[in-house]
Design a protein around this ligand. Structure first.
Ligand SMILES: C[S@@+](CC[C@H](N)C(=O)[O-])C[C@H]1O[C@@H](n2cnc3c(N)ncnc32)[C@H](O)[C@@H]1O
Length: 286
């Protein structure tokens, strides 16, 4: 694609030419152009000869250059779909992952639609987990904690835009903002990448906040803190459900048992990778 200051060198640019010249792997070019033009996929495909204005062409060319430099599509267009809803994202938060939808399913199957559970989401980021649970279970109240003010601001705007009035945002270090409170369900997708993990230097992850990814030398620091303290914040019968790395299932099971949680389980994603673990505080629990 020509540099943005040379839009006229090849005459008017059509949708088809812009996509071809961008040279991005599909579907990246299409998604960026849809974003610039504000049109759905079908409309873009139906009008390949539509001519871009200079302004549209420049905006598209700028996004193409940033994409070529590796910036994640979600940050470039400012949104990512999660559990069928669009969440705004910025580079202050982790980009919601499809794997995390498994955590949502596991939570929803334990709490019926009429549930009035008090829910705690630790490390809420964009608010994807908290807002989804709040909307799927509208009679619950969901406390959403993060140590990042920028993440909380974004979670708040996602909650408002998606109409989740039952989300409360709290800033602080894990359980500190909810000291003395009890919950029926605690969920978390905490940072779980080990320092020095080569994945930190690859793909989209390079652009995501380190505080959303890194969790000490073995990647378990956050999970250790969250699991160990969970019994103090759970009511009898309440579940703790956490996401973790594909190779952290056994370590997580040890943490859950050491915290004297019962009915410990491990769930795998569609690819068969260990992803989510949990346990329940029984009446005799710590
Ligand atoms: C892996 S991201 C998860 C974001 C979101 N829940 C998701 O599933 O996409 C972890 C989040 O934990 C937050 N975090 C990291 N350390 C924390 C701490 N000590 N206390 C509270 N939040 C923390 C980060 O700011 C980040 O937003």
């Amino acid at each position: 694609m020509n540099a943005p200051h040379e839009p006229h060198s090849l005459g008017p640019t059509t949708v088809a030419a812009a996509l071809r010249d961008a040279g991005l792997a599909p579907p990246d070019g299409r998604i960026l152009l849809q974003h610039v033009l504000g049109v759905p996929h079908a409309q873009l495909g139906a009008h390949p000869q539509r001519v871009l204005t200079d302004c549209e062409w420049r905006a598209f060319a700028r996004l193409v250059q940033r994409r070529r430099a590796g910036e994640p599509i979600a940050y470039l267009i400012g949104e990512r779909e999660f559990y069928g809803r669009r969440f705004r994202v910025t580079d202050a938060v982790l980009i919601p992952r499809p794997e995390t939808e498994l955590l949502i399913d596991l939570a929803l199957e334990r709490y019926p639609e009429s549930s009035t559970a008090r829910i705690l989401d630790l490390g809420t980021g964009s608010g994807n987990i908290a807002v989804t649970l709040a909307l799927e279970r509208p009679r619950t109240v969901v406390a959403a904690v993060d140590c990042s003010p920028a993440a909380l601001a974004l979670a708040g705007s996602n909650a408002r835009e998606l109409g989740a009035l039952n989300v409360r945002l709290l800033e602080g270090d894990w359980y500190a903002p909810v000291a003395g409170m009890r919950f029926d369900l605690i969920v978390s997708n905490p940072p779980y990448v080990a320092a020095g993990d080569p994945h930190l230097g690859q793909g989209d992850v390079r652009f995501e906040p380190r505080a959303a990814l890194n969790a000490g030398a073995d990647g378990l620091d956050a999970l250790r803190a969250i699991v160990a303290a969970a019994p103090r914040y759970l009511d009898a019968g309440g579940w703790l459900i956490v996401e973790h790395g594909y190779d952290q299932g056994a370590a997580c099971a040890r943490l859950l048992r050491a915290a004297r949680l019962a009915d410990v389980f491990l769930a795998r994603d569609l690819a068969g990778s260990a992803r989510v673990s949990g346990g329940r505080k029984d009446a005799a629990g710590a």
